[in-house]
Design a protein around this ligand. Sequence first.
Ligand SMILES: CC(C)(COP(=O)(O)OP(=O)(O)OC[C@H]1O[C@@H](n2cnc3c(N)ncnc32)[C@H](O)[C@@H]1O)[C@@H](O)C(=O)NCCC(=O)NCCS
Ligand SMILES: Nc1ncnc2c1ncn2[C@@H]1O[C@H](COP(=O)(O)OP(=O)(O)OP(=O)(O)O)[C@@H](O)[C@H]1O
Length: 197
Amino acid sequence: MTYVLGLTGSIGMGKSTTAQMFADAGVPVWDADATVRNLYAKGGAAAVEVARLYPSVITDSHVDRAKLRDLIAEDPAVLDHIQEVVHPLVAQDRADFLNATTAPIALLDVPLLFETGTDAMCDGVVVVTVPADVQRARVLARGEMSEADFDMILSRQMPDAEKRKRADWVIETLTLDAARQSVANILEQIKAGASNA
Ligand SMILES: CC(C)(COP(=O)(O)OP(=O)(O)OC[C@H]1O[C@@H](n2cnc3c(N)ncnc32)[C@H](O)[C@@H]1O)[C@@H](O)C(=O)NCCC(=O)NCCS
Ligand SMILES: Nc1ncnc2c1ncn2[C@@H]1O[C@H](COP(=O)(O)OP(=O)(O)OP(=O)(O)O)[C@@H](O)[C@H]1O
């Protein structure tokens, strides 16, 4: 049996960086954001559906995220409609990944793990966190999102404090070394638990 470990955290908290640390330790990783990117690409199932609903956000047969962000900024209900299209396709891709894996531990990297109820299919959940001011500075430093875009995304996510309360493990991502050590400790604990079972 594969131990399914969920990884989540609010925007910019360090999910992708931490997921890479699990991957470096040999854990197969499924990435919800990467799945969405594939679904939005030319020929992707979501690109076809979104083109039908919102043709103005399509460029060269793929979903143009900058245009989609602008449309959502004008009308937040657009994101609800997009989620109705995208989330079932994401769930199918995740099921395919879990069915195919034979590893002892597999990681699901999912920004909306709790919001979508995906935590119910996890044996344990890791939440990554940093103080709110560090989070905001990190996201704005990327230069891809306006402050309004950031606040819109934040308002759609469960508050960080609530996520931490629900976590089995919390990783503070202030330094790479400390986070890497936390990843190693968590994997040790899961392996020890499995051998005691
Ligand atoms: C809103 C969009 C256009 C923003 O695209 P952009 O390239 O600027 O940012 P990116 O996709 O990297 O998202 C940044 C972060 O925003 C958060 N986020 C993304 N979508 C959502 C959402 N629907 N609700 C809350 N937070 C979200 C995540 O933490 C994500 O990691 C894009 O994320 C999107 O199309 N989202 C809808 C699909 C979805 O629900 N994805 C969530 C994973 S299943
Ligand atoms: N352990 C860490 N120590 C120091 N910096 C970190 C650590 N983890 C992540 N960071 C930095 O924080 C920023 C955000 O990290 P990352 O892209 O992994 O976050 P994310 O949660 O995947 O973001 P998003 O929700 O937008 O997809 C990056 O600049 C990254 O270098």
